[in-house]
Design a protein around this ligand. Structure first.
Ligand SMILES: N[C@@H](CCC(=O)N[C@@H](CS)C(=O)NCC(=O)O)C(=O)O
Length: 200
């Protein structure tokens, strides 16, 4: 199994960390959607990170779909059992992914669009959506992990999203307003799976 994409992508990193936690061996290829476009295109012409090449050579994309596949292979889920816990987990992952999507949009606006073509009201709107997702997520975090003792997909995606957003957009996020997210992220980053799949 091959995981294609840079670990500064929160989507690539959530798959990498999940694979480590599920103890599934994989080959990581740090190919950038921008700097290595031609190399990426040769693997997946759609150039979406993460791309994931299965053992039979099928190219999957979208981190959530890739996670469904790897959990299927592992015969183990990183989602909590029981409908109420599962529903809460989906809500938290949804918030974390929405925050990442908005963060990525801003990073691309800043990195790809010439300054004179940027539309500040749009940037403000996207930034507001990102902060709204983070605020709702902050209100869901208690001390420690979301629930129980183990790192599951809600913690993985939340911690990775927080690290990505605060690293890439420090001017937009008032970090002091999110002490629980900061604590969850710090705790997650100390675990072996996170240390082995370092941001960047
Ligand atoms: N919903 C997708 C989002 C993936 C995504 O947007 N990845 C970015 C890298 S962070 C990408 O592929 N960018 C290149 C592009 O969209 O052209 C997922 O969860 O995998």
């Amino acid at each position: 199994m091959r995981l294609i994409g840079m670990l500064d992508s929160p989507y690539v990193r959530r798959v990498a960390v999940s694979l480590k936690i599920l103890e599934l061996p994989f080959q990581h290829e740090a190919v950038s959607v921008f700097r290595h476009f031609a190399q990426f295109s040769a693997i997946n012409p759609v150039v979406k990170a993460p791309s994931f090449v299965t053992d039979d050579g099928t190219v999957l994309m979208d981190s959530t779909l890739i996670l469904l596949h790897v959990e299927h292979i592992a015969g183990r889920s990183l989602m909590p059992p029981g409908t109420p816990a599962h529903t809460r987990a989906l809500r938290r992952i949804g918030l974390a992914l929405a925050a990442c999507d908005k963060g990525v949009s801003i990073v691309y606006e800043r990195g790809q669009r010439p300054e004179e073509k940027r539309h500040q009201p749009w940037m403000d709107r996207v930034g507001g959506q990102m902060l709204a997702a983070l605020r709702d997520l902050e209100s869901e975090v208690s001390d420690g992990w979301f629930a129980g003792d183990s790192v599951m997909q809600p913690e993985i995606t939340t911690a990775i999203g927080w690290r990505f957003i605060t690293q890439m957009l420090p001017d937009i996020v008032p970090v002091a307003d999110f002490p629980r997210l900061a604590a969850l992220s710090a705790r997650a980053e100390q675990t072996q799976a996170f240390r082995e799949t370092n941001f960047g």
